[in-house]
Ligand binder design. Structure first.
Ligand code: FMN
Length: 447
């Protein structure tokens, strides 16, 4: 195996020396990670590369806080949509081609005019500090160092400013907007996101209210109640001025203990009472109103970068998004956390990408399509891209990496998935994402 590959390859730069006019930049392909692991004498940081084993280890790790694990793990109702999201990947099989020179491979792609090292995004996930003390800052840091785009949740447990700083000056970051009803607060949040280098806005359209999640309902687990996952609001000067307060930056940290906080509340602890009161006001701002297509005009007026709707499942909605001048969609069912018994998201992707209006908008560069929900492996990413996604979003698996090991745990999850994607690409006979994009009919078989 060659130890270096051409400059068109992806991966991280491990050296950058100019000698005699020759650029000796050495690129490390993502698949080098597999080589490194095979030669390593030590186990991987997460103990495994198998998503289900890492999930189990995260469950064990959080055994003193089972509700925190279940908040991440569980979905709506009977978890049937979550299961369907996984099962559907096995309905498509990759049919590899042989004897092609695919020794130089790249995962590079360009999205909204920005060249990216890979088509991977980290899905917006709220309240990450319930699983690890470093919360979103660790995930954003790992993504930033590996050139993966970090989508920050509007319900994060760290500030916009801190997440941007952890993601770093060269990091790619998008902001996911949970839309407050008050115009002045909405504008303030959008302005802060813009000023902190978030280049695209993700508007989540499938979570106007939280779905029926039996585990959280049975245990009364709602981190936002105690300010966990509301740091965007508590750091916002416009929102806080409504209560005559300065921004509050030290909200509950890991380990998040709802019972202890409730006890403090009952005992009249002034600070806890204040946080719980303001937290409840924020929930009223963001989780009680169903926005409509017409309302998107407001977002367009106040955000001058690309806008991406997250949670689209119906081809007609994808078409309406085009009519409303949206720049992209994330085909997602929120990991099955909103509707039990819903369409598996990969099937939704196939249907959406079969619409001629969508195809035309995508090929003319008007509409970017990302995939989300149930993605666990590099092979899953290959399939979603072959079905028409330009990029893929990873959800729960990186939170389990975070739970177990903070930033280096997220790093392992990302590297593992991208190494597997690059290997799968080559073993299937292709050298780039562009080779397989939208080619499902030629390169996969429906089972
Ligand atoms: C604990 C948790 C919190 C989430 N928070 C958000 C959020 O704040 N905003 C959002 O758009 N999606 C949120 N999601 C959904 C994810 O962005 C993504 O759609 C989902 O995790 C994909 O499913 P998967 O993890 O099974 O692949 C959350 C998901 C989980 C598991």
């Amino acid at each position: 195996m060659p130890s270096t590959i051409s400059s068109s390859s992806n991966g991280s730069i491990i050296g950058n020396a100019m000698s005699g006019g020759v650029d000796n930049t050495i690129y490390k392909p993502w698949s080098q990670y597999a080589q490194d692991r095979l030669l390593s004498q030590s186990p991987p940081v997460l103990g495994s590369f198998i998503a289900s084993e890492i999930e189990e280890a995260a469950k064990q790790h959080l055994k003193e806080y089972p509700d925190a694990f279940l908040y991440v793990f569980a979905s709506a109702g009977t978890n049937s949509t979550d299961k369907a999201n996984r099962d559907v990947f096995s309905k498509w099989a990759i049919v590899p081609r042989m004897l092609r020179d695919v020794s130089t491979r790249t995962l590079e792609t360009t999205i909204f005019g920005v060249k990216m090292k890979s088509p991977l995004f980290l899905s917006p996930i709220s309240s990450q500090t319930i699983t690890h003390p470093d919360g979103e800052c660790a995930s954003a840091a790992a993504a930033g160092k590996l050139g993966v785009t970090y989508i920050m949740s509007g319900a994060a447990s760290r500030t916009i400013e801190d997440v941007a700083s952890a993601n770093g000056p060269g990091g790619h970051r998008w902001y996911q907007f949970y839309w407050p009803r008050s115009t002045d607060i909405a504008i303030s949040i959008l302005t802060r996101a813009k000023e902190n280098g978030f280049t695209a806005l993700v508007v989540t359209v499938d979570t106007m209210v939280i779905g029926w999640r039996p585990h959280d309902l049975a245990t009364g687990y709602l981190p936002f109640r105690h300010g966990m996952g509301t740091q965007t609001a508590f750091a916002d000067p416009v929102f806080m001025s409504r209560f005559g307060e300065e921004p509050i930056l030290d909200l509950p940290k890991f380990p998040y203990d709802p019972k202890a906080l409730d006890e403090l509340y009952r005992n009249g602890d002034e600070r806890t009472r204040k946080i719980m009161y303001i937290g409840a006001e924020w929930v009223k701002e963001t989780a009680t109103h169903f926005w409509t297509w017409e309302d998107l005009k407001f977002v367009r007026e106040h955000w001058d970068g690309p806008i991406v709707l997250k949670g689209i499942q119906h081809p007609k909605d994808a078409e309406i998004a085009i009519d409303h001048g949206m720049d992209g969609i994330i085909v997602s069912n929120h990991g099955g956390r909103q509707i039990d018994g819903a369409l598996p998201s990969l099937l939704a992707l196939q249907k959406i990408c079969s619409s001629s209006k969508v195809k035309q908008a995508q090929s003319s560069g008007k509409l970017t399509i990302l995939y989300d929900s149930g993605l666990r492996t590099g092979s899953d990413a290959f399939k979603a891209i072959a079905l028409g996604a330009q990029g893929v979003c990873l959800g729960r698996p990186y939170i389990y990496g975070l739970t177990l090991a903070g930033e280096i745990g997220v790093d392992q999850v990302i590297r593992g998935l991208l190494a597997e994607l690059e290997l799968t690409l080559g073993l299937a006979g292709f050298t780039s994402i562009q080779d397989i994009h939208g080619k499902a009919e030629e390169i996969m078989e429906r089972m």
